[in-house]
Design a protein around this ligand. Structure first.
Ligand SMILES: NC(=O)c1ccc[n+]([C@@H]2O[C@H](COP(=O)([O-])OP(=O)(O)OC[C@H]3O[C@@H](n4cnc5c(N)ncnc54)[C@H](OP(=O)(O)O)[C@@H]3O)[C@@H](O)[C@H]2O)c1
Length: 228
């Protein structure tokens, strides 16, 4: 267990994050996405804790650091001690942040990062709509998009208004109001975190040449024809 490869670190676990991905792996619905697992496995993907050992090539993390890390499912993240990689780990200041909060970040935060910076390649001043802005992935996507200096609108239930405006939203639309999107200026990108009808309703909100991204289902490749 404690024999590390050169790019790995050994973490003494303080908190774990529980994600929908855990039960999706367990029920087999991620088989086409991830390489085969060899059962039995201990599930989990997110962990925070104190670094106990580092591999010989690790340079940015040292013994005693507080880290939060994405752990691949082969390394049994829901354990007292976890081996993970330097490149999947971030140091945090434990005087201002709890281990519990830190353990909630990796999968949701990385999903938001992937959407904005790898898929969309978000640019300064773009107009973005996040469908499902109050979801776990949504609040990370909102904050990162604001850091990229985009103009960000979100859809959510109105009880989340204060939270979402505090996190930087320029406009919060209540999706329970069926007409919320009438008369809006079209968006450079719509990020759908809900799926189904919400995804279908997202296409007409994208301006010509813009992009629709979803975490839920397969996009309709003919939707461009409906975009004006
Ligand atoms: N969580 C993860 O670790 C993770 C990782 C990768 C991908 N994903 C994907 O990311 C998406 C979001 O997952 P999540 O776990 O972040 O969700 P979540 O925290 O469970 O939040 C779901 C939210 O969806 C909102 N919602 C429901 N119907 C809506 C509608 N018609 N319009 C706008 N918002 C609506 C609800 O918002 P209100 O409370 O405002 O009504 C609810 O807060 C899913 O597609 C999931 O598969 C999640």
């Amino acid at each position: 267990m404690e024999k590390l490869k050169s790019d790995e670190i050994l973490v003494s676990t303080k908190a774990i994050g529980v994600n929908p991905m855990d039960w999706k792996i367990r029920n087999g619905s991620m088989q086409k996405v991830f390489p085969p697992l060899h059962f039995p496995i201990t599930p989990g993907l997110d962990v925070s804790g104190i670094v106990e050992k580092v591999g010989v090539d690790v340079t940015s993390i040292k013994v005693g650091d507080a880290v939060t890390s994405f752990v691949d499912s082969y390394n049994e993240p829901y354990s007292e001690k976890v081996i993970t990689k330097e490149k999947w780990s971030s140091i945090f200041d434990r005087t201002n942040n709890s281990f519990v909060v830190a353990a909630a970040i990796p999968v949701t935060g990385l999903t938001a990062y992937e959407i904005l910076f790898r898929v969309l390649k978000i640019e300064y001043d773009q107009r973005i709509l996040i469908q499902g802005g109050a979801s776990a992935v949504g609040i990370f996507t909102l904050q990162m998009a604001k850091l990229a200096v985009a103009h960000v609108s979100v859809t959510a239930s109105s009880n989340h208004n204060k939270l979402l405006y505090d996190l930087g939203a320029d406009k919060v639309f209540d999706y329970h109001n069926e007409n919320f999107f009438q008369n809006v200026i079209k968006f450079d990108a719509v990020i759908d975190l809900v799926g189904g009808k919400t995804l279908e309703r997202s296409y007409p909100l994208v301006k010509r040449g813009g992009v629709a991204v979803t975490t839920n289902g397969v996009p309709n490749m003919n939707a461009e024809k409906n975009t004006i």
